[in-house]
Design a binder for this molecule. Structure first.
Ligand SMILES: [Zn+2]
Length: 278
């Protein structure tokens, strides 16, 4: 501090004193702060680099995990979604013979395919599913059910109609619908008529039938076949599992060239998708 006093008497001392004082303050007070700030900044920089590096490592790690997951999921899909032929005497044949499959002149065993799939049920649990369709639509059906699964689309039940066998095709179909079962092939006539159904050729699929009933309009007024169907007459009430043109099921099936029974005037068969023979 003495130095400053001396400088003050040298004429231009004010400035020098100020500078010296500034220098002193800088040296004694600010410099440590600057040094501390500098060290702090450097430390922050190192930390930031370390964080960035860590983030990169985490990111890379996450990417690898996601890739593994995707590969695993794809492997799972091919393991859980597949098509097999049906041969006389094999396990599937024994389950369907003289039930959904009858010896006939319209469809042979080698024109049918067994599909193993997975689906989400109404509790959003993953379930095994199986259905039989015509070979002409087998690959497309497998793709559709894969996409429904990936979108976590809920289907109550997908079991062979033979699980509900009552003795004939028509009443078995009724029993399967009562249980809200989704099914395809069944060698039977059309509902309410004598002609062969497209289900008999494995070219039609009924999805979530309780929420998507069959309504006949032959008399002008709707007629239904299962108790409680009438609440599903209104298709725009926002009820769950109701197939409309906004529904993924509708979008996928129509994209693959299927016709929707909900587009017909009479009957309105909201559960039904079919594709005519190739
Ligand atoms: Zn149908």
């Amino acid at each position: 501090m003495n130095v400053f006093m001396k400088k003050k008497f040298n004429g231009d001392g004010t400035c020098r004193q100020f500078l010296l004082l500034a220098g002193y303050v800088v040296k004694r007070r600010i410099l440590p702060i600057i040094l501390a700030a500098g060290i702090g900044a450097a430390w922050m920089e190192i930390q930031s680099c370390a964080e960035t590096q860590k983030d990169r490592e985490i990111q890379t790690c996450t990417e690898i995990q996601e890739n593994i997951k995707t590969i695993a999921e794809n492997e799972d899909l091919s393991e859980n979604f597949y098509i097999t032929e049906i041969h006389e005497g094999d396990e599937i044949f024994e389950r369907i013979n003289r039930r959904s499959y009858q010896e006939n002149d319209n469809i042979s065993l080698d024109e049918l395919r067994y599909l193993k799939i997975q689906h989400y049920d109404f509790e959003h649990e993953i379930q095994e599913g199986e259905l039989i369709v015509n070979e002409a639509i087998a690959e497309d059906c497998l793709d559709i059910f894969k996409q429904l699964f990936e979108a976590e689309y809920e289907i109550a039940s997908v079991r062979l109609i033979d699980e509900y066998w009552t003795g004939d095709g028509d009443t078995t179909d009724t029993a399967s619908i009562e249980e809200n079962n989704t099914s395809a092939f069944c060698y039977r006539t059309v509902t309410g008529g004598g002609n062969l159904s497209n289900h008999a050729l494995g070219l039609a699929i009924d999805i979530n039938p309780r929420q998507n009933p069959y309504f006949s309009y032959s008399t002008g007024e709707p007629v239904w076949y299962h108790e409680g169907d009438e609440i599903y007459l209104d298709r725009d009430a926002g009820m769950e599992h109701v197939i409309t043109e906004e529904d993924l099921c509708y979008k996928l099936f129509t994209e693959y060239g299927f016709t929707w029974g909900g587009s017909w005037n009479n009957p309105k068969d909201y559960q039904h998708f079919e594709r005519k023979g190739q």
